[in-house]
Design a protein around this ligand. Structure first.
Ligand SMILES: Cc1cc2nc3c(=O)[nH]c(=O)nc-3n(C[C@H](O)[C@H](O)[C@H](O)COP(=O)(O)OP(=O)(O)OC[C@H]3O[C@@H](n4cnc5c(N)ncnc54)[C@H](O)[C@@H]3O)c2cc1C
Length: 448
């Protein structure tokens, strides 16, 4: 049996694993670090550019964030931009687009006006836009259904024009950059693709990592950044049993042309755990507008890889009365129930486009079913974690740090934006555990 020994092994080569692999190599004195990834390259799942909305969620236009939450995400979102500038990635994997949070109708316009007042201090670049001002930069938002004049409903927005800040990242390319940079830090870094970890065991303070091709790696510490599979692997170790997972897929619709000049987000329904539908210029589709994502609970831990993760889903779901109660509570609420059921219709050929357009017309009233098409193989899965003890769905990210030396992360949206902040937290924890040092000064100089 082939054996390899490391101080730290990172499992999962998406943006979270790539970020912590980079930070361990660059900002700590840990010498032997490995990254193990199941597929043949970095970021082929949720961190790939076609799987997510490519947005740096810094909290300025995300109306589901309170001011407190916005302060937190801004700090970690700024790290993405600092890293991009450090790597000279402007217009390579990091881009600037105009972006707006749109209020439609009297109530939403009043909400947006108040929100602008509350948030303008934290985001000094943010501007308020009246209907006429929106019309100048995003004409299709104001044009009415028949393209014969302005829409009749009231609209206002808060946002920022192109060039003022960085807004958009191809997180797949950024993952590749992080891994490449990690390997240039004069450490013993080892990157192994096609290495599906099937089991982790701890014996006498040492972790044994087994792969599907019967390799064994040995490490003093482990960080598991394997998306929904993090919880699957934790359960196999008897950890995180108080947690379960609902994989919530998101699909997109692509426009045949550039309908919007930038990102347009809408006001979030506070009852719904997922971001409201938005329109974004797609970096991988010639900047044509991509609308979405939808939100679809699926019985699989990953998309577009057949049914292999179906049994893994049921193991990770860890079904018991607590999970049933959480489901029943969610379904009791008619807004959530209708939203979940309605989203399935967006996957059914023929009716899906017509229904989707109905919703997207709130952003672009003149949008027609013929203007868009279902973006095949786009979209990913958000591993939404259920806290069985608290009896609730956790809206953001979750980690399991039950035993020293091993961390499991489940990172739904905005996990890509928070990758460098999460990596900082985990790299420090691992340093503490190994008695290693985290170079705070270098980190602060480069990423804060
Ligand atoms: C529709 C949608 C839109 C989104 N939009 C945004 C957005 O605009 N901005 C934002 O910040 N976030 C967004 N997100 C969230 C973001 O995409 C994720 O939070 C992020 O990509 C998670 O990265 P990750 O590295 O944790 O997981 P992943 O990218 O899923 O990577 C996990 C990796 O682990 C590997 N792996 C799994 N099991 C094993 C195993 N057993 N052994 C070895 N390797 C394994 C996988 O192959 C994969 O490469 C969106 C998500 C979705 C689904």
């Amino acid at each position: 049996m082939d054996q390899k020994h490391f101080d730290t092994i990172v499992i999962g080569g998406g943006i979270s694993g790539a970020a912590v692999f980079y930070e361990l190599a660059r900002y700590t004195d840990i010498k032997n670090i490995a990254l193990l990834e199941k597929y043949s390259g970095a970021a082929t799942l949720n961190s790939h550019g076609t799987s997510n909305s490519q947005t740096i969620h810094c909290g300025d236009i995300e109306t589901n964030y309170t001011l407190e939450k916005a302060k937190k995400v801004k700090k970690t979102a700024d790290m993405i931009v600092k890293y991009g500038i450090l790597q000279n990635a402007q217009n390579k994997f990091m881009f600037s687009h105009q972006k707006l949070a749109l209020g439609v109708g009297e109530a939403e316009c009043a909400y947006m006006t108040n929100r602008y007042e509350e948030f303008k201090e934290l985001y000094p670049y943010i501007k308020f836009y009246t209907k006429n001002e929106i019309k100048k930069i995003e004409p299709n938002v104001v044009l009415n259904e028949y393209s014969s004049g302005d829409r009749s409903d009231e609209v206002v927005a808060m946002g920022v024009e192109e060039g003022a800040i960085y807004t958009t990242v191809d997180f797949g390319l950024m993952s590749q950059s992080l891994i490449e940079q990690a390997c240039k830090q004069n450490k013993n870094t080892h990157v192994a693709f096609n290495q599906e970890v099937t089991l982790i065991e701890k014996k006498d303070d040492v972790f044994y990592v087994k792969t599907a091709d019967f390799k064994e790696y040995i490490a003093k510490s482990i960080i598991v950044d394997a998306g929904a599979h993090s919880l699957f692997l934790a359960h196999k170790m008897g950890l995180g049993l108080d947690k379960s997972c609902f994989p919530v897929a998101g699909s997109f619709y692509l426009a045949k042309r550039k309908i919007l000049n930038g990102k347009v987000y809408m006001v979030q329904n506070p009852k719904l755990p997922f971001a409201a539908l938005h329109g974004d210029p797609d970096l991988l589709a010639n900047m044509n507008t991509r609308f979405g994502p939808t939100a679809l609970v699926i019985p699989m831990l990953e998309r577009y890889h057949g049914f292999k993760s179906l049994p893994e889903f049921f193991k990770t779901l860890n079904l018991d009365m607590n999970v049933v109660k959480i489901c029943l509570n969610l379904f009791k609420d008619s807004t959530i129930r209708n939203y979940i059921l309605y989203n399935y219709l967006f996957e059914i050929p023929y009716i899906n486009k017509k229904l989707f357009v109905k919703d997207a017309k709130k952003i672009v009233p003149s949008l027609k079913a013929d203007d868009i098409y279902y973006a095949k193989k786009f979209g990913g899965v958000r591993p939404q974690v259920l806290d069985k003890k608290a009896g609730e769905l956790i809206l953001g990210e979750a980690s399991i740090t039950e035993i020293p030396g091993i961390i499991f992360n489940m990172t739904p949206s905005p996990g890509a934006t928070s990758c460098l902040g999460n990596a900082q937290r985990d790299a420090k924890l691992i340093c503490q555990y190994l008695g290693a040092n985290f170079n705070e000064d270098l980190f602060a100089n480069e990423l804060l």
